[in-house]
Design a protein around this ligand. Structure first.
Ligand SMILES: [Zn+2]
Length: 144
């Protein structure tokens, strides 16, 4: 017997693959059902998915993974910008214009990527770590 969540995403009736789970996380969607509307405000994420009830904060300190993802993404974008800027302008590197490009990325990047980093971390946790409580394991069995 398969129980579905009311108003659930059509694909939520079966477990999403890792690629789909990560895709949903990248686009600020629930890693279990693909639902949006996970943020009340830009920086304030709901504690549970409004559609499937997935609880996001698994334990104290859980969001450190999101912080790491945010740092890696912003740092990667910064490094890419510097490398491309240097590669295109060597040997006459325009330091001030390059800094004018890099500083806003360094300052605004973590803010812009903040919501995605949280849902992406929840997706990484779900896709690769799968640390479910016994009640959640039963819920997953019933759902699928
Ligand atoms: Zn959900």
């Amino acid at each position: 017997m398969t129980e579905t969540v009311p108003d659930a995403h059509p694909r939520a009736a079966r477990p999403a693959g890792r690629v789909r789970t990560l895709w949903w996380g990248l686009w600020r969607r629930c890693p279990r059902c693909g639902s949006g509307h996970l943020f009340r405000r830009y920086f304030r994420m709901v504690p549970d998915c409004p559609r499937c009830g997935l609880h996001f904060e698994r334990e104290q300190g859980y969001w450190v993974g999101a912080l790491a993802i945010n740092i890696i993404a912003t740092g990667g974008l910064l490094a890419l910008t510097v490398v491309v800027g240097l590669a295109l302008t060597v040997p006459d590197v325009p330091v001030v214009p390059l800094l004018a490009l890099v500083l806003p990325i360094g300052i605004l990047g973590p803010i812009v990527f903040y919501p995605c980093s949280k849902t992406l971390w929840a997706a990484v946790d779900r896709a690769f770590l799968q640390r479910l409580d016994p009640g959640e394991q039963l819920d997953e069995i019933v759902r699928h």
